[in-house]
Design a protein around this ligand. Structure first.
Ligand code: FES
Length: 151
């Protein structure tokens, strides 16, 4: 991960289930990491709060189903990010196809996602411990704050 501290592996209490459902989007800072907790339909998702593209605030993004995946649409430049895995989704067509048919594809994981669990009406988020660099890591920590402020 970037300049921020390594996750402890401990689940963090982030709120009561009913409150999070009512709020729909909840912002939490966990171990110095800014995380967005989303309640959508009957599920909870936790993702890095700032878009991997240029640090846009995903908290204000709409949610749509794209190619069978629930995605948040970044309000800044409309990048689409799957809630479950943090995949960047894009639409393209193969010019060799006649006529070309636009389809959705995944660019792979671009946004770090975190595990959400529930117990007796309490909701917990455990930060991702995946050591691989994920593009959204850039916008966490002090350096990312500076970049977001410039945007
Ligand atoms: Fe999110 Fe550009 S900052 S799409």
């Amino acid at each position: 991960m970037g300049e921020e501290q390594q996750p402890t592996g401990a689940p963090h209490f982030v709120g009561k289930k009913d409150e999070l459902i009512e709020a729909k989007r909840s912002f939490r800072t966990l171990e110095g990491r800014d995380v967005l907790i989303i309640s959508h339909q009957s599920g909870f998702y936790a993702i890095d709060s700032y878009c991997y593209h240029a640090g846009g605030e995903l908290q204000n993004g709409d949610i749509e189903e794209i190619a069978g995946k629930l995605c948040i649409i970044c309000p800044n430049h409309k990048y689409k990010i799957s809630l479950a895995k943090g995949e960047g989704m894009y639409k393209a067509s193969d010019p060799r196809e006649k006529p070309p048919v636009p389809r959705w594809y995944s660019k792979g994981v671009k946004q770090r996602t975190h595990a959400v669990t529930e117990s007796d009406g309490d909701v917990y988020v455990k930060l991702s411990e995946d050591a691989c660099w994920v593009e959204s890591d850039f916008y966490q920590g002090e350096k990312g704050k500076v970049e977001r402020a410039k945007a």
